[in-house]
Write a protein that binds this ligand. Structure first.
Ligand code: SF4
Ligand code: SF4
Length: 335
């Protein structure tokens, strides 16, 4: 099952609570970046170009707990930078899990096998390993030979120790339906990971490689072809059916970036983790001081190629909860 039943029920209850409370903007999952430093330098990355004084900053465990407490989200995704470089990452994860917050730890896996003994398997905790393609394609995407093999070894070791393991694959215009299928077949069938996330690369203004980001039509065509012949049903994708429809261009949504906010060493980022129009001190301030109607495709040119989950997965989740047919479809696809 791509998303555990316990997590689905908890998120369903949380959404119902927001509806009953009449809240129209609420966080579903917080993207936490406890540091921007990394041990890789991927050409498509928009995070590691911060100045040295920012790259040296770290969020403390207490900062992260206070942020989650203030916003009340049931889930968080810890990324960066490379979070395994954070000296207190194990204490941070343990404290979040103790509070029954579902935690995804996103890593490039370079340090993962060596650090496994610092973590404990839990239904509230999942590693998310960055794998953009098979060996040659992935090592090229991260600009270092051997990283694919290291990540595969770490995935096998984590699975053998009972950890929940998911993956995250970002695709660019150098991908084809075949490269998408090859990597997802490998992760799904050969490695047997619990679930997989997919995303078209967002054109970060700061990323050194600006030539290989996908436009919206290219993204839709790529996924439509990659998903054909029943593969979409076969793969354990960690996305709602409506979000996958969105990637294929079958439905369209408005951006709901307030539901996947970003909290980092610089504060709560306006409006989302992909774009920075300033930082504020709390989630409430983020919601109240951001002019959400000015963001999304067709409204801000920087949003025009965006089909990222932080803008559109919550839109798909909310649309699912508003339709009995879509709710049943999501339940069936979760089995
Ligand atoms: S591993 Fe992630 S954070 Fe590190 S350089 Fe690559 S994309 Fe950026
Ligand atoms: S469309 Fe939404 S999620 Fe995407 S860059 Fe714009 S504000 Fe961020």
């Amino acid at each position: 099952m791509p998303i555990p039943l316990r997590q689905n029920l908890r998120v369903g209850q949380y959404l119902m609570k927001q509806k009953l409370a009449g809240r129209d903007k609420f966080p579903l999952i917080v993207e936490i970046e406890p540091l921007f430093a990394c041990n890789l330098a991927c050409p498509g990355c928009g995070k590691i170009q911060h100045p040295t004084e920012v790259l040296r900053k770290r969020l403390s465990v207490e900062d992260v707990l206070a942020a989650m407490e203030e916003c009340g989200a049931p889930m968080c995704s810890i990324a960066g930078g490379e979070p395994l470089l954070h000296p207190e990452i194990d204490r941070m994860i343990a404290a979040l899990v103790e509070r029954k917050i579902f935690v995804y730890l996103c890593t490039n896996a370079v340090l993962m096998e060596r650090r496994l003994d610092r973590f404990k398997p839990s239904p509230y905790f999942s590693f998310v390993i960055h794998i953009d393609g098979l060996r040659e394609r992935h090592d090229e995407a991260v600009d270092r030979e051997g990283v694919f093999d290291t990540a595969v070894t770490a995935i096998k070791a984590a699975r053998a120790q009972g950890f929940r393991v998911t993956t995250n694959s970002t695709f660019f215009n150098t991908d084809s339906p075949k490269t998408v299928r090859d990597v997802l077949d490998f992760l799904n069938d050969d490695l047997g990971v619990d679930a997989m996330m997919i995303s078209p690369g967002y054109a970060y203004e700061k990323a050194p490689d600006q030539e290989h980001f996908l436009g919206v039509t290219q993204t839709q065509e790529l996924f439509k072809q990659a998903f054909a012949d029943g593969r979409r049903k076969k793969w354990r994708l960690n996305h709602s059916p409506l979000f996958l429809d969105f990637l294929e261009g079958r439905v369209d949504f408005s951006c709901t970036a307030w539901a996947i906010p970003s909290y980092s060493v610089l504060g709560w980022q306006k409006p989302c983790y992909l774009m920075s129009d300033g930082y504020v001190g709390s989630y409430q301030e983020l919601v109240e001081t951001t002019d959400w109607d000015t963001y999304g495709r067709g409204k801000d040119p920087r949003c025009n190629n965006c089909m990222a989950h932080c803008g559109y997965e919550p839109s798909a989740v909310v649309a699912t909860t508003q339709s009995l047919r879509q709710s049943l479809r999501a339940m069936v696809s979760a089995r």
